[in-house]
Design a protein around this ligand. Structure first.
Ligand code: GLU
Length: 488
């Protein structure tokens, strides 16, 4: 029976969860869910100075937010734990000792200075610097002397010379490296901590990982890792190296291009389903024109053979468009719940809310929904419900209010609204239409002064609905104030 497919995501917790990491996690998750395989998450924290629990928590929390659940690994457990590399040091020690006893690895006592000198000499001769193999065949006496000098050894892998290391990458096709360019590299540092390449191979092997799908930046590590698989006698998994995510200027995506962490997008009011949908399209090209995919549709349609080896460009406009599509699916109730934190943060709303206020807010938010691509845009769009109309200073605005017709229409509109028994959208619409008819002022000449009076600007979403939501008192106060300005 074929081995069950198992993929993994193995983040180093050295900072907030990056959007690129999220995409790697997502691709692995989709591959697993598509094939009915298993998805494992392991924490690679051997870089002690850069790793933190805080980052680990952020990664796990962000993955949960995105709905990328894992079947085995950190927090959920499984038969191959522990799943944090710093808790697996004994396992790496054991494997290193095995390699040493089999003659496939050896202690190296060379000092930094000696290695540097060798490097400089190789560079001078125009050669690629690789370790020359000084400690490959040390005698007992030499070892004893080095120990006496207090030298602390590292462990190096004995890399067979003159071999071609080749593999078929799921994204990049056939890839070849020459082992002579690799040299005997370090697998364990003098403090007993394994290097990334060694730990990753031991873990992927012992944890039964069948497919290693990760960022392109690890492509150059792969020949070293394959050499380690061979030495350890473990089966080499399938590799797939997905391309980098670039900013709009085609440089590697960084803070300069805007937010890079998943948390930042969450905090800006993007929906997890939209982020997942967008990230799936970063490098994966579905068949056909469809762009909005539910989670189930993604699982069904995703395949690594449609993942491009070209770099993917992060396009915030497209993410905004996708998020907008998902926000449109929210009910009035859900939309309010989603944007409420942003309104609170803007100081527009204070908890606790009465049912009446909540009901009104729900209508207000629903009213501007076509203008909000993500949550943080909400306060700006509902501003006119909470803030005073700015003073009439803009020359264009002043010009409009100073037209003779403006005072006429505002005055007539005020009178009509004062007389309204019910201040509903329908009643307000009828009143304004009647005023246009009786004054003979229509179109821009009628609407612009009214809009300016109510919001300070000439454009915005539907005026009658806004007036009904403002209510009688606020509307009349604003219209009277503008009328005074017209006459003044
Ligand atoms: N821990 C590595 C990183 O975060 C990933 C290793 C791998 O996927 O092989 O870059």
């Amino acid at each position: 029976m074929a081995k069950q497919m198992k993929v993994r995501f193995a983040p180093s917790p050295t900072g907030p969860f990056h959007i690129g990491g999220a995409r790697s996690a997502l691709f692995n998750w989709l591959v697993a869910r598509h094939a009915g395989g298993s998805f494992l998450v392991r924490i690679e924290d051997t870089d002690l100075s850069r790793s933190s629990r805080e980052s680990e928590e952020n990664i796990k929390e962000s993955m949960r937010w995105l709905g990328l659940d894992w079947d085995e690994g950190i927090d959920v457990g499984g038969p191959n734990g522990p799943y944090r590399q710093t808790e697996r040091l004994e396992i790496y020690q054991r494997e290193v000792q095995r390699l040493i006893s089999e003659g496939k690895a050896y202690y190296c006592y060379c000092s930094q200075e000696e290695l540097e000198q060798e490097r400089q000499e190789q560079l001078k001769e125009g050669r690629t610097p690789v370790y020359g193999g000084h400690c490959r065949h040390l005698t007992e006496e030499q070892i004893a002397r080095y120990k006496e000098e207090g030298r602390k050894p590292v462990v190096r892998l004995r890399v067979p010379e003159g071999e071609t290391i080749a593999f078929d990458d799921m994204v990049r096709g056939h890839v070849e490296f020459q082992s002579s360019g690799v040299g005997d590299f370090i697998i364990m540092k003098s403090d007993g901590i394994p290097v990334y390449n060694f730990a990753v191979v031991v873990d992927d092997s012992l944890m039964g990982v069948t497919h290693v799908i990760r960022a392109e930046e690890h492509l150059s590590n792969t020949p070293r890792q394959i050499a380690i698989y061979h030495a350890l006698g473990y089966e080499v998994p399938q590799f797939g190296h997905i391309s980098l995510i670039l900013g709009a200027d085609h440089k590697k995506m960084s803070k300069r291009h805007g937010a890079t962490s998943v948390t930042a997008y969450k905090d800006m009011g993007y929906l997890p389903e939209a982020v997942v949908n967008y990230l799936a399209l970063l490098g994966w090209a579905p068949k056909g024109e469809q762009e909005i995919f539910s989670r189930e549709e993604l699982i069904r349609a995703f395949s690594m053979d449609r993942v491009s080896s070209n770099d993917a460009v992060f396009d915030i406009e497209k993410l905004n468009w996708i998020n907008f599509q998902y926000m449109k699916k929210l009910s009035p109730e859900e939309l309010l719940d989603f944007v409420l934190p942003f309104l609170e943060k803007a100081g527009y709303v204070q908890q606790p809310l009465t049912e009446e206020k909540k009901d009104w807010l729900r209508q207000v938010v629903w009213y501007v929904r076509d203008r909000i691509s993500y949550g943080a845009q909400a306060p700006e769009q509902v501003r006119m419900f909470f803030e005073d109309v700015p003073p009439f200073e803009d020359p264009e605005v002043v010009d409009i209010l100073k037209q003779d017709t403006s005072a006429v229409i505002l005055k007539a509109f005020i009178e009509a609204l004062e007389a309204l028994p019910d201040f509903t959208e329908e009643a307000v619409t009828a009143a304004f239409k009647a005023v246009m008819k009786s004054t003979g002022i229509k179109g821009k000449a009628a609407f612009e002064p009214a809009r300016i009076a109510l919001t300070g600007v000439t454009k915005g979403p539907g005026m009658y609905e806004m007036i009904a939501l403002f209510g009688r008192e606020k509307t009349l106060a604003l219209l009277r104030k503008a009328l005074a300005f017209c006459k003044g």
